[in-house]
Design a protein around this ligand. Structure first.
Ligand SMILES: *Cc1c(COP(=O)(O)O)cnc(C)c1O
Length: 375
C-alpha cells in the first residue's frame, strides 16, 4: 500500500452524481458569471463564517488584492507579511502596487510573531496580512492590538483556514477583511480556481464587488480601478454543494490530527506545532518538525508514505523577492523551512492509511535515532 499526500479523486467520486447534476443545471441555465449561484453562495459562506458579507472572486490570491484595495492600500504603501508563507500571499499584496515587508514568525505556531512586528514598522506601513498558516489562526488579538496602536488595517489570509476558530469565533471575522481560497486542495475546494473576500464591513464588501468587476459600481460606470476577477456560476454552484459537507470534513480532519498528535507525543526527535490556547485549527495541513527532515522524508517515501514541504523556501530567499525590505533576522522562518514536513491529512484518508503513516513514522524515528541520535 502507498499513501498519497492528497487524492482529489475520492471526494470527486463520493459526490459525483450531485456535482454532475449541479453543474449541468448551471450549463442549462445560460447564466455563467455573477448570477444567482454566486449570490447564494456568498450568503451561505458568509453566514457559515459568522461574518456579514462574502464576495466571490477568481482566486485566493485575488481575494488578498481586493481586500487590501478595499481598505485603501495601494502604491507607496507598505504591507507587513510573515516570511514563512507561500508565494501567493506576496503576489496578492504586490498586485495592489504596495510593497510587502517581511517579518518573522513565532517559533511555536509559525504564524506572525506579534512581538516582532515592531521591527519592520515604518511611516509607510498601512496594513498587516496575518496568515492563518496550516489552518491555525494567527494571534489575532495581539495583531489587532499592534495594528490599532499604529492605525493599520488587518487582512487575514484565510486560504488555509475555512472553519478554524479562535476563542470560538471563526477565521474571517477578526480583521478588516479576510481572503479565502477555493483552490481544489483547500478544506473547501472548487473544481478549478475560486476565492472570496469575507468581511463584516458593508463598505469593504461593496468595494470588493466593484474591483472584481472592472471597478464598476453599475454597468459601464467605473467608480474605482479594478480587475476582471469574478467567481463563476459553475464553481459557486459546486461550492454550495460542498459547503454542506465542510463541517463533517473538518471534523474528520480533527479526528485524524488528534491521532497524529497522540502518536507523535510518544516519538523522540519529532514534534508537532503548538496549538495556541483558545485556538481550534481546521487542520488544512498536519506539520511535524525535525532537524533531520530530509532523512525522515526519504524513509517515509521508502515505506510508501508521500509527504510535502510547506514551505521549502522563505519569501526573502525567492529570486523574485530578494530585494524586499525585511526584518534584520528571519531566523525562525529560515529554520522552519529546513525542518517542516507535512503528513497526509485529508478527510478521505482511511484509518488504515493513517496507521501505515504512523507505523512508518515510528520505524523511521527509531532508525534515525539508532544511527545518529535525533536532535
Ligand atoms: C492557497 C493559498 C493562497 C492562494 O490561493 P489561490 O486560490 O491559489 O490563489 C494564498 N495564501 C495561502 C496561505 C494559501 O494557502
Amino acid at each position: 500500500m502507498t499513501v498519497p499526500f492528497f487524492d482529489g479523486t475520492r471526494q470527486a467520486a463520493a459526490l459525483a452524481k450531485e456535482l454532475e447534476v449541479t453543474a449541468q443545471n448551471v450549463l442549462h441555465s445560460g447564466r455563467f458569471v455573477l448570477g444567482p449561484e454566486v449570490e447564494a453562495f456568498e450568503h451561505e459562506f458568509a453566514s457559515w463564517c459568522g461574518a456579514g458579507h462574502a464576495v466571490g472572486v477568481a482566486s485566493g490570491t485575488d481575494a488578498i488584492t481586493h481586500a487590501l484595495m478595499a481598505v485603501g492600500v495601494g502604491a507607496e504603501d507598505e504591507v507587513i507579511v510573515p516570511a514563512n508563507t507561500c508565494v501567493p500571499t506576496l503576489v496578492g499584496v504586490a498586485a495592489t502596487g504596495a510593497v510587502p515587508v517581511l517579518a518573522d514568525v513565532d517559533e511555536e505556531t509559525l504564524t506572525l510573531d506579534v512581538d516582532r512586528i515592531d521591527e519592520v514598522l515604518a511611516p509607510k506601513t498601512r496594513a498587516i496580512v496575518a496568515v492563518h498558516l496550516y489552518g491555525q489562526c494567527a494571534d489575532m488579538e495581539g495583531i489587532r492590538r499592534v495594528a490599532d496602536r499604529n492605525g493599520l488595517a488587518v487582512i487575514e489570509d484565510a486560504a488555509q483556514a475555512h472553519g478554524a476558530r479562535l476563542n470560538g469565533k471563526r477565521a474571517g471575522t477578526f480583521g478588516h477583511a479576510a481572503a479565502f481560497s477555493f483552490y481544489p486542495t483547500k478544506n473547501l475546494g472548487a473544481a478549478g480556481d475560486g476565492g472570496a473576500v469575507v468581511t463584516n464591513s458593508p463598505q469593504v464588501a461593496e468595494h470588493a464587488r466593484m474591483t472584481r468587476n472592472y471597478g464598476y459600481s453599475e454597468r459601464d460606470y467605473a467608480e474605482s480601478n479594478g480587475m476582471n476577477s469574478r467567481l463563476d456560476e459553475v464553481q459557486a454552484a459546486l461550492l454550495r454543494v460542498k459547503l454542506t459537507w465542510l463541517d463533517s470534513w473538518n471534523a474528520r480532519r480533527r479526528e485524524l490530527a488528534e491521532r497524529y498528535l497522540a502518536a507523535i507525543a510518544q516519538l523522540k526527535g519529532l514534534r508537532a506545532l503548538t496549538t495556541a490556547s483558545g485556538s481550534e485549527p481546521c487542520w488544512h495541513l498536519f506539520v511535524v518538525r525535525t532537524p533531520r527532515r530530509d532523512e525522515l522524508r526519504a524513509a517515509l517515501l521508502e515505506a510508501g508514505v508521500n509527504t510535502l514541504i510547506h514551505y521549502p523556501r522563505p519569501l526573502h530567499l525567492q529570486p523574485a523577492y530578494s530585494g524586499l525590505r525585511t526584518a534584520d533576522h528571519l531566523e525562525v522562518s529560515e529554520r522552519a523551512c529546513r525542518e517542516v514536513l507535512s503528513l497526509p491529512l485529508y478527510p478521505e484518508l482511511s484509518d488504515a492509511e493513517q496507521q501505515l503513516v504512523i507505523a512508518s513514522l515510528r520505524r523511521a524515528c527509531r532508525a534515525l535515532s539508532a544511527c545518529r541520535g535525533l536532535a
